[in-house]
Write a protein that binds this ligand. Structure first.
Ligand code: UFG
Length: 329
């Protein structure tokens, strides 16, 4: 019988792709999601429990009912700008949710947790690429809630037999290569989907937030990782913990940085469409450049991003925005 894994936030973008990867690896993903930002139609690989992670009894009941052996914890609020405007809501959902989840896990004897952390915990790093020991100094409430989540796990693991994996994602993008799952945030704030919408005519123009950064073309550089690569890393992290190995904290990135203008050009080349852009002022809180050193995840998990070229990310995401790619491009 397949080992059942509770996937909080399993109806969301990275969570749903991870459920597919779990299923393919022989696990049964049990999604626990309040559908505040997730989508019921993305729950396709196992049972669905509609509930809020801040409801400790509901989490514990789902764990018992479905004979859960480990948790993948994605459920969280994840808009940086919103977190600055509504810090209480972010501490409530992300930190409050973590407290309740950990209490439910401890009450039901769960000892393995994989946690969605973020490169946002590093703030504006002094050196690049970012390694796992780069100081974590988040510059917004979202990043702080993720750092607190990491620290809670660490404190608890000191005094119990809990082991955990904190996975610090860089910029998740793309979509299921088999076309079964895509990215659908509301509101959408992420660069790649917004750029694809502008290329398809679903939006008038792509705003570029700042072209005067200290980067080669003046636009911000990010490390984009294909969501299916991220999903596979979760399965590897889970297997690592299930084998009784120690807790880990890992960057998940491709190790390559791309500027906004590079993405614009790649989308134009792939789709043959003109992508209308407008240069706007900088967005508050954006570091000029964020790239991962992915070597620790390779050493510890044998994980390497395989689908994270810009071409592949664009090719897999494009159909969700009504775009066809010229594969020969
Ligand atoms: N950008 C634009 N125009 C847009 C949208 C984004 O120019 O319309 C720029 C941003 O200013 C940034 C880059 O594109 O320079 C990427 O922006 P995203 O919003 O796609 O992603 P971020 O780099 O801001 O990602 C951050 C953190 C993640 C976190 C995520 C949450 O780095 O860890 O926000 O949404 F998960």
């Amino acid at each position: 019988q397949a080992s059942s894994i509770l996937v909080t936030g399993g109806a969301g973008f990275i969570g749903s792709h991870s459920c597919k990867a779990l299923k393919m690896a022989g696990y049964l993903p049990v999604v626990f999601d309040n559908l505040s930002t997730g989508h019921a139609e993305a729950v396709r690989f196992g049972p669905f429990v509609k509930g809020d992670i801040r409801d400790q009894d509901a989490v514990a009941a789902a764990i018992s009912k479905h004979k859960i052996t480990a948790i993948l914890h994605f459920a969280a609020s994840a808009y940086v700008g919103e977190s600055v405007q509504h810090p209480n809501a972010y501490y409530d959902n992300n930190v409050g949710g973590m407290i309740s989840l950990l209490k439910a896990a401890s009450a039901t004897g769960i000892k393995r947790i994989v946690f969605s952390s973020s490169c946002a915990t590093y703030g504006v790093p002094e050196t690049l690429p970012i390694i796992e020991t780069t100081p974590q100094r988040p510059i917004n409430p979202y990043g702080r809630t993720k750092l607190i989540g990491e620290q809670m796990l660490e404190d608890l693991a000191h005094v119990t037999d809990l082991t955990f994996a904190c996975l610090r994602y860089f910029n998740a993008a793309g979509a299921d290569p088999e076309g079964e799952l895509g990215e659908q945030h509301d509101p959408e704030t992420h660069l790649v989907p917004l750029a694809l919408m502008a290329a398809s005519g679903r939006r008038e123009v792509l705003s570029i937030f700042g072209d005067d950064y200290p980067t080669p073309d003046g636009t911000c550089i990010r490390d984009y990782i294909h969501v299916a690569d991220l999903a596979r890393a979760h399965v590897l992290a889970l297997q690592h913990l299930m084998q009784g190995k120690p807790s880990i904290k890992l960057n998940l990135g491709s190790g390559r940085g791309h500027s906004i203008l590079e993405i614009v050009r790649a989308i134009e080349a792939k789709t043959g469409r003109k992508l209308p852009i407008r240069i706007e002022p900088r967005r508050a809180g954006d570091p000029p450049s964020l790239t991962a050193d992915p070597s620790r995840a390779a050493e510890v998990l044998g994980f390497r991003a395989e689908l994270s070229s810009l071409d592949q990310i664009i090719e897999d995401a494009a159909p969700w925005f009504g775009l066809k790619c010229n594969v020969a491009a």
